[in-house]
Design a protein around this ligand. Sequence first.
Ligand code: ZN
Ligand code: ZN
Ligand code: FE
Length: 758
Amino acid sequence: MITRTQIQVHGLVQGVGFRPFVFSLARRRALHGKVCNNEAGVLIDVEGDPRAIEQFVAEIRLQPPPLSAIEAIVLNDLLPPLNFKEFSISDSQTKGAKAVPIAADVATCEDCLRELFDPNDRRYRYPFINCTNCGPRFTIVEGVPYDRAQTTMREFEMCADCRAEYEDPSNRRFHAEPTACPVCGPQMLLRSERGVAKRDAIERAQELLLRGMIVAIKGLGGFHLACDALNHVVVERLRQKKYREDKPFALMADSIETIDKYCKVSQAEKSLLASPQRPIVLLNKRASVKLSEKIAPGVKTLGFMLPYMPLHHLLVANIHQPLVMTSGNVSDEPICYCDDDADERLHKIADYYLTHDRRIHMRADDSVVRAFRERPYLQRRSRGYAPAPIKTSFKFSKQILACGAELKNTFCLTRGQHAFVSQHIGDLENLETLRSYAECIDHYRWLFDLRPEVIVHDLHPEYLSTKYALASDEIETKLGVQHHHAHIASCLADNLVEGEVIGVAMDGLGFGTDGRLWGGEFFVADFNDAERIAHLDYVPMPGAASAVREPWRMAAIYLHRALGDEFACLELPFVRALSLNKWTTLRAMAASGTNSPETSSMGRLFDAVAAVLGLRVSVNYEGQAAIELETLADEKYLGSYELPVEDGGVIKAEPMIERLVGDLLNGCSPSEVSTKFHRAIVKLISTVACQTRSCRGLNRVALSGGVFQNMFLLQEVCGLLELQGFEVLTHSRVPTNDGGISLGQAAVANARLRSGRI
Ligand code: ZN
Ligand code: ZN
Ligand code: FE
């Protein structure tokens, strides 16, 4: 008996080798019919023995191509047979809504690598080798549906050999849209002020790097600035030219073996390093590393990545040592991704350019991730991850545009059960980044055919993302969502959890519903609401933004509150170094409230403690003081300070500051003090969680906010809470920092739509 079944496969199934996979499966089972891409994914029409069809469907479900992500398979077997004579791949059907996700860029696969280093292969050492299982995607896509004419590869006409592979359903390059070879595809070139070289561009660049040169390298989502990581002089020179004093540089090495010489690498970290996303993985430094101290000053981790483009594989081949591969920009600006732009902005930094003629359409920074309990813990979700949608446990009832926060901005667009969280945009603090933000929103809307009806923003009136939302005259329904409510909602959505939780938001700064700057908050929260049940006591932040850059200000304020004017007589290095003039001015500012917003931020308390310990009086990148304080913490010390919760949920830090000063005067090491400070926060979180459990009957705790990038704190908090029987939710698919805010904003907006509040 012959029956016919139509199979609609939903999910990420285009541009990932799905059709050739279905093709060979059908051939093997002697089934006839056809397969094509359509708006919903892949549509298969198949005829044959019903048992064989059943097995065919099971196999699609169980062993789909590695890069695909099936969300649903819908079967229809009520159709009359058409008597297909064979199985074929037919052209795409494209009409109606474009609902198909575009894949993220994928690291070079094993098969392509083998060919890359095979002298008998026609793509031997060809830096743009790729196939259906790997290569550029999102960064070269200009429009939909996904095919070559809609990518920047349309500028290269395929040669006869490439065309034959592209049209052969049994070939790994069947419909590999960016496929190319040395005859027909993009080419590398090495450029300096003295001229241009095309031959052996990569080999020569490698030589130059090892001779101490800085080379700007055009990659997948933008330019890198590269140099020899073992050469102190060039690393120092790169820091000066990039105006980047201390913020760690990322490194690239040829293999895990090389990385292992510098860092301890766990199994989970190895799989993150080698994953198709190839993020920068933050790893713990080995005690005796022979790297320039200037790579990551004051930090106990190094950010390593493995090569992810064929060009990188060729560049690091055979040198078995790390290269600095930092983003191609001047401090705080978005990374360069066009040649003209790179010429203009990088010419004062780079000695040479290693570039190519494949255009990058969408900028995407490298992603940054840690391993936490065998799971990825993202710090920056970008190249390799975006624009793959974040699946939610609920369905968005309307399309929403969530504009995100200001620092580490991402935005988010929604449809159905998908939240399209953008790649990392950066800090929305200058016009250049704002322009890139607006363009990127337009691109996503066009690419995924989205027409949001609701626009969501932070409550901070000065964020450029808020201003962008309020200025939109196209979307009338607008909603402001409190920053830390968005953090907690983001953690819930990240974990596919709904319902009320104990929300712990430990953060830098976020605008509160009372107009003050929050950041050390406890909530009972769900997607709809966040009821604030406890928070750090407000302290003035004299100088506002200056207080963030200069932790000594918060230190002086906290010392004064804890010890009164006497504090100025303390025999502490911090106090002795404090200028009386500066302190007098600061105190007057705080007392009169001039440019001194009040804050309950945990991030600022970290700053204060770091400065009291003498770690630093000012920072040159966000979170620097807190990171250095974490570096000092050591689990070998027992003991803890206390952060008692008063009636009304106010948490006062002064008694802790007083004890901490006493310890320092008694000769306690900064390392021990830092550890006891971290523990005080651990105990505080556990105390509030236990109280809330007994009066509200809640057993789930969600941890979110930038402070939870602190792994010492995170580990200890999770450990204690779990010991006490709590279910603890931490981030995994979006960052715990402000990069996750947009997802939370969208989730809150959706809940309010549902409950009829907007
Ligand atoms: Zn490949
Ligand atoms: Zn070719
Ligand atoms: Fe935040």
